[in-house]
Design a binder for this molecule. Structure first.
Ligand SMILES: Cc1cc2nc3c(=O)[nH]c(=O)nc-3n(C[C@H](O)[C@H](O)[C@H](O)COP(=O)(O)OP(=O)(O)OC[C@H]3O[C@@H](n4cnc5c(N)ncnc54)[C@H](O)[C@@H]3O)c2cc1C
Length: 231
């Protein structure tokens, strides 16, 4: 277990018989209380397909039912049911190549991280651009790892924007993702990148609309919405 931020924790799961997954897929977690009450929620897989364990990064929603347990109370050795991997549309394989544009808001970075980890593990040099939006610098997931990946100079560029204030010396953006930012991060629509957008529903809808206005084909834009109701 790794605390990524004050509100998010990564769990690395040993899953007997795990069939393997593609970067971008998710799984369903089902918890069963002693009285038999069950709750099920979806979580993106954060780990690369090449990794031995299946990693989930869960952001705690304070008044939520499932995430406070997974991101706070669960201890090493606890067992719970999972179902998956699920999803075929929101996936990227190194063999797909580039260019690829990844746009993540909050914990929407999780499946995009699986893609970047897979890209690195597979030795891909595909043109990949990541634009990640977080509220504050302390909410940024995988910060050190992203810096390491970006410093490899292997065709990956990473841009970060903070929506609720920037610290002194901040080199990224300090506003919500908009068309100008998407245009700057690129690649241009004319390069026909495969695009993946993930995050809260309003974020995904706004970004997808801006991408279409910039000329990206709707069929090239793959979206995953972390809506409020979960599983
Ligand atoms: C395909 C898919 C993949 C997902 N992957 C991840 C992931 O990798 N990491 C992750 O942390 N979550 C992920 N989610 C969201 C997750 O499934 C749950 O919705 C989330 O953990 C909240 O569950 P909960 O039981 O704690 O809250 P609930 O009991 O379902 O909701 C409680 C309260 O919180 C609000 N709420 C619920 N979810 C959110 C949210 N995401 N943002 C803002 N308010 C919310 C509700 O409106 C309600 O007021 C994913 C969702 C989908 C559909």
């Amino acid at each position: 277990m790794v605390d990524e931020t004050a509100h998010a924790r990564t769990l690395a799961l040993d899953v007997p018989g795990w069939p393997g997954h593609h970067a971008g897929q998710h799984l369903d977690v089902r918890l069963t209380a002693e009285d038999g009450y069950q709750a099920e929620r979806s979580y993106s897989i954060a780990s690369a397909p090449e990794d031995a364990r299946v990693a989930l990064t869960i952001e705690r929603i304070d008044d939520g039912e499932v995430s406070p347990y997974l991101a706070g109370d669960v201890v090493v050795g606890d067992a719970f049911e999972i179902r998956g991997p699920i999803g075929g549309h929101f996936t990227w394989r190194a063999s797909d190549g580039g260019p690829v544009l990844l746009v993540g808001g909050g914990s929407g970075l999780v499946p995009l991280m699986a893609m970047l980890r897979h890209r690195a593990r597979a030795g891909s040099r595909a043109d990949a651009r990541l634009l990640v939006s977080a509220r504050t610098v302390d909410d940024l997931l995988y910060r050190d790892e992203l810096e390491r990946l970006a410093s490899a100079m292997d065709g990956l560029s990473i841009t970060t924007t903070l929506t609720r204030g920037t610290p002194d010396g901040w080199k990224g953006h300090g506003r919500r993702v908009d068309a100008a930012m998407l245009g700057e991060v690129g690649p241009a629509a004319s390069a026909a990148p495969k695009v993946f957008v993930c995050g809260p529903t309003p974020f995904v809808e706004a970004v997808a609309d801006e991408l279409v206005a910039l000329g990206h084909g709707a069929a090239a834009i793959h979206t995953e919405r972390f809506g409020p109701t979960g599983g």
